[in-house]
Design a protein around this ligand. Structure first.
Ligand SMILES: *Cc1c(COP(=O)(O)O)cnc(C)c1O
Length: 425
């Protein structure tokens, strides 16, 4: 089938009239290579189709929620069966207790669970519980880490006041001295240290947590009576069948979850240890849709697959196959790649590519050939992918490297400079 985007283009024009800037947040493809589609019609397994009918092997996985494949039969049946019985009632169903039991059973640091809709709800609740428990204000956060899009944490500054960002001190991820300095600056007002389970910031190489850094964060919290919060919204269930920091032997006090826990159905969670149960019980948090039963049924079906299948080992093996194949192919065409982070959460950037021109040209060539990747955001391997899918991606990637090589000198990516200016403003 010939790649076309006439329907997408027409929808974009209509969107300009009725949606600010045509789209907002991470869903705006304005900052992506030119041919990225904005609107999609369906997904099945590891693939999605745009409104023009072009098929993509999707390495963004909905930016995280797709863990077991789109339109997963068992998970979506659990969801639709519960929807047929009534979803958002005046109160929750038995699923709420079953799901809390399932999460507490899975995650070793957790003694209780609360459910909400977005990852931002969970990270915001974590901050509130830490402040409620300690009766202190200051939170220490890693520079550049994403914890959501509320005024206290959203990456751009529009509509945000200085008061929204008060009581925050920043450190460099994985840097013990900088963490200690931030804790010193917080002084006697330290309420919590936030950490991403891995460094998965945009535009920069990913980093696994240095165990010495993770252990020091735990010690500093213990010394100061502060809470250690691990934000597992993005990496949760993709690194371990437990808190991601179980891999470095560090137990957080609170952890936030979202994205993949119901394989795309809207639910997020905050998990906590016994000592913080009372602080959690005495903040007022709720939402019109937080008690809906169907996403909880979907989460229970997802967690069953987490417990009972080898999805994790398979996504790691597939990610390693992709990484090795891409390195080999890139080298053959004279490119060096920076492939960072865990293999199942890949980030792919180019060496000698300061303005991302190579990355944009390569990703644009991938899109035209049916592979959806991203030039500066981490991606995901989903458990619906097969070795044949990875080999399809590798063939397409090889052809795309050839296209970029033969294109010769590339124009700098002007839209990326605009984006950087917005972040730094
Ligand atoms: C996506 C994300 C959030 C916010 O989750 P939403 O559901 O988009 O509100 C918070 N933390 C991390 C690490 C994330 O990746």
């Amino acid at each position: 089938m010939v790649w076309t985007n006439s329907k997408d283009t027409a929808l974009r024009e209509r969107a300009q009239a009725v949606i600010p800037n045509g789209m907002y947040g991470h869903q705006s493809v304005f900052m992506l290579p030119d041919d990225f589609p904005q609107f999609f019609s369906r997904g099945q397994g590891a693939y999605m189709w745009d409104v023009d009918g072009n098929r993509y092997l999707d390495f963004l996985c909905g930016y995280g929620p797709n863990l077991f494949g789109y339109a997963h039969a068992d998970i979506d049946k659990a969801y639709s069966d519960r929807t047929a019985q009534g979803d958002t009632l005046t109160g929750p169903g038995a699923e709420m207790v079953e799901l809390a039991e399932a999460m507490v059973g899975l995650v070793s640091h957790a003694d209780w669970a609360m459910f909400c809709k977005n990852g931002t709800d969970a990270t915001t609740m974590a901050m509130m519980i830490a402040r409620n428990h300690t009766k202190k204000n200051t939170i220490v956060l890693a520079k550049g880490a994403y914890h959501g899009a509320a005024p206290w944490c959203t990456p751009l500054k529009g509509g945000v006041t200085a008061a929204d960002r008060a009581h925050q001190v920043f450190y460099e991820y994985n840097d013990v001295e900088s963490l200690e300095a931030a804790v010193r600056e917080a002084g006697s007002d330290l309420a919590a240290i936030f950490a991403s389970p891995i460094k998965h910031d945009t535009f920069v190489d990913q980093e696994l947590p240095n165990p010495a850094y993770a252990r020091r964060a735990r010690e500093l919290c213990d010394e100061h009576g502060a809470l250690l919060i691990v934000d597992d919204v993005r990496a949760g269930l993709r690194l371990a069948r437990d808190s991601s920091w179980s891999l470095v032997g560090v137990k957080p006090d609170l952890s936030s979850w979202g994205k993949a826990i119901a394989n795309g159905h809207p639910i997020s969670a905050l998990l906590g240890a016994e000592a913080f149960r009372m602080a959690a019980a005495t903040i007022y948090v709720t939402g019109s849709f937080w008690f809906s039963a169907a996403p909880m049924a979907a989460a229970l079906a997802t967690l069953k697959l987490v417990r009972e299948t080898d999805y994790l080992e398979r996504t790691i093996a597939l990610g390693e196959r992709l990484r090795a194949g891409l390195d080999e192919s890139a080298a053959r065409h004279g490119f060096g790649l920076r492939q960072t982070g865990p293999a199942q959460i890949p980030l792919i950037m180019f060496e000698d590519d300061p303005d991302a021109a190579k990355a944009y040209a390569w990703n644009n060539a991938l899109i035209r050939r049916g592979v959806y990747m991203h030039p500066w955001h981490n991606m995901f391997i989903c458990a619906a992918m097969t070795e044949a899918d990875i080999d399809f991606a590798l063939n397409v990637a090889d052809d795309a490297f050839k296209t970029v090589r033969e294109a010769g000198p590339l124009e700098p990516v002007a839209k990326l400079a605009i984006l950087h200016a917005m972040v730094d403003a």
